[in-house]
Design a protein around this ligand. Sequence first.
Ligand SMILES: CC(C)=CCC/C(C)=C/CC/C(C)=C/CC/C(C)=C/[C@@H]1[C@@H](COP(=O)(O)OP(=O)(O)O)[C@]1(C)CC/C=C(\C)CC/C=C(\C)CCC=C(C)C
Ligand SMILES: [Mn+2]
Length: 393
Amino acid sequence: MAGVLLWVVCPKENATTTQLLSLIPGSGKQQRPSSSRLCSRVKFSTKVSAFSSAVANPARSSEEKVYEVVLKQAALVKQQRRVRALDFTSTVGNDGMNNWDLLNEAYERCGEVCAEYAKTFYLGTLLMTPERRRAVWAIYVWCRRTDELVDGPNASHITPRALDRWEKRLDDLFEGRPYDMLDAALSDTVAKYPVDIQPFRDMIEGMRLDLYKSRYMNFDELYLYCYYVAGTVGLMSVPVMGIAPKSKATTESVYNAALALGIANQLTNILRDVGEDARRGRVYLPQDELARAGLSDEDIFRGEVTDKWRSFMKDQIQRARKFFDEAESGVAQLSAASRWPVWASLMLYRQILDAIETNDYDNFTKRAYVGKAKKFVSLPVAYGKALMGVYNR
Ligand SMILES: CC(C)=CCC/C(C)=C/CC/C(C)=C/CC/C(C)=C/[C@@H]1[C@@H](COP(=O)(O)OP(=O)(O)O)[C@]1(C)CC/C=C(\C)CC/C=C(\C)CCC=C(C)C
Ligand SMILES: [Mn+2]
């Protein structure tokens, strides 16, 4: 797939099937969020409840339910909650390597995977502190492997039970019992940073949805899917990327921006891949909005760019852009060294929306991508934005 951030979020471009196969095992302060969208709908409370209990109340919108997760994650980072750290100190194995060396090797391997599948993002991480950089690699690798379960070469063999086993493995690694060396790196990361298990579980839930759901009745349903498979990445990453010590923003608003970036990226992914998804029998577009635009699944399968389609797409693109705008406010609040890769990914992914427009909204037969020239311009601009950040410590 094309380009810098595309290497982050769509690393398939750089990956061969066999390479990916080898990754698959056995096959602050409380305040209202910046978003006015949300402000109008969420009843704010300092009481933070688990996502599962939020789900139990179906009268609430997906944004409200997900916002409760944001509050919970923000509260956890404030507590600096840590899970039991692994003991990587003493034992020396037959090969003369001690556990410490093994852990370093595990992280190195995560870095290699990241460099292979998400090259420019990998380069961006090199600006981060060594500790943070390798923790982000470990998270990246776990996300990549999770997505490969349902999208990779073995996808047709993946059952809900296989995902249950993957979740059990996740529980184990959070408890300090990693299954393999890539898990060990994440085990160490979650012991060192206030990373909660819930976004990881929720990403697996998104993959479960992909096993049986191929239509989304309205944006509320689609939003929840986007949270599961992409918003979660933002929530996993912020505790590692770190908030600038001098930032005056609430923790919760930074998490909210991170969530928005994940949602924006996934909505963009969906708009770019309409044709590709349709060929797999999938329509990740809100059915009610399609109907209101006078469109149906049949129109999508036919793949004809009509004025109705253009008008529908304009609205979808506008919505995705709003989520990017919402994310922007949070980037400046991140620790200085973490800002560049985030700005770069935001700018490059957002340009895919421009590319869809340039293609006259033909996302049935043309794949929107950001060309090399635009990437080369965006990277220094992103760097400048990162440097200009309000808090440089
Ligand atoms: C305050 C603030 C703005 C902080 C930044 C927070 C942050 C780092 C957000 C990251 C957002 C992000 C990159 C989300 C990923 C979104 C995405 C498109 C997910 C894809 C899901 C499945 O989609 P699909 O199957 O339709 O797509 P493909 O055809 O398969 O591409 C994913 C593929 C899920 C798996 C996600 C990854 C492998 C990426 C994981 C990335 C990281 C852990 C690093 C994120 C860090 C940076 C700097 C972007
Ligand atoms: Mn995928």
